[in-house]
Design a binder for this molecule. Sequence first.
Ligand code: SF4
Length: 413
Amino acid sequence: MSETGPVRPTTPRQVRPRTEGWTQKKDADGRPLLQFAAPKKGMPPVHLADLTPEQRVEKAKELGLPGFRAGQLEKHYFQHYTSDPAQMTDLPASGRDELVHAMLPPLLTEVRRLETDRGDTIKFLWKLHDGALVESVLMRYPGRITLCVSSQAGCGMNCPFCATGQAGLTRNMSAAEIVEQVVRANRLIADGGLGDPRRVGHADERVTNIVFMGMGEPLANYNRLMQAVRTMVDKKHGLGMSARGITVSTVGLVPAINKLAAEDIPVTFALSLHAPDDHLRDEMIPINSRWKVDEALDAARAYFDKTGRRVSIEYALIKDMNDHAWRADLLADKLNARGRGWVHVNPIPLNPTPGSVWTASEVPVQNEFVRRLNEAGIPTTLRDTRGKEIDGACGQLVATEEDREVAATVPVD
Ligand code: SF4
């Protein structure tokens, strides 16, 4: 026995999730409130990107014009990234402004732009036509340009760690508001506004990858999300992007995951899991009270079976909350129980936040978590959290009070 007494095995510390500086809204049963239905008010005017190619032709005809004008507008918007009638000299001058305004109404007004990483990362704050604020983050990497887009103004999923969820759901974004984030980013890149392409050794001059990890839960805005995705991948009438470069992420809306699997568009699918056990996940991700860890993982596996696309499991590593070695083992067991080769795990290191329960795991703990998963045969790589210096990392995309003050002075286009 030592002078300080017997050495006892220590049990790992368990920090429980809780909100800090705000109070989570609760439902009648005292559980965190989940908002699925979005208020209808505030939706923007219909835009060409909200319509199918056939509907665009119809709309041109309704405006008294030949249907092929719709194709000309598509070209200006999706290939030249412009909604400016002055640049559309192939359209007859008479009535051009009215046509463009009817088919391409203004949707996003830029309020603020923040740059880091020597200009390779840019966060945009946009004001929608009804004054709602959303954000997107553009990142140039070697070999690709990624845009993190928002799909809802606010979010109804009420996750206690998330700045976006605090204010609840303001409204769904329209398909065109989602697509316009990409078009505006492409415009900026084409104008030479994103970093220095020579530094990263490639000459991509448009967004190549989309991640739906900005504001909102994309699968809670399903129909508009899918219209936006179809427009992104449409080679003839849209942006012509690769479906593989588009990542749709969710906290686990199981029926919508099944629906997504049944679409014929093999986008990359990411499940934000953050805990392998219901006990913890019920508190971290309130949607877990509806669909449990095993149900979400079954749906993720079914997505792989249907599409052949390997699924990503997102896992924010939070000190003493979900970073325990036994949780890495449990996660590996649950994934391996559903077969091999269908999934990889992306642990996401958080920013250290002194005094907060939501703070970064220690590096050796992070490494051990990754090691255990890899050793169990689950490909696991720590994710790059570019953009976190400007509050552009997932779960941090929310307008600040200062943003709101600036936004109030900016008239919508
Ligand atoms: S973490 Fe995602 S799903 Fe949860 S409240 Fe935030 S934006 Fe919504």
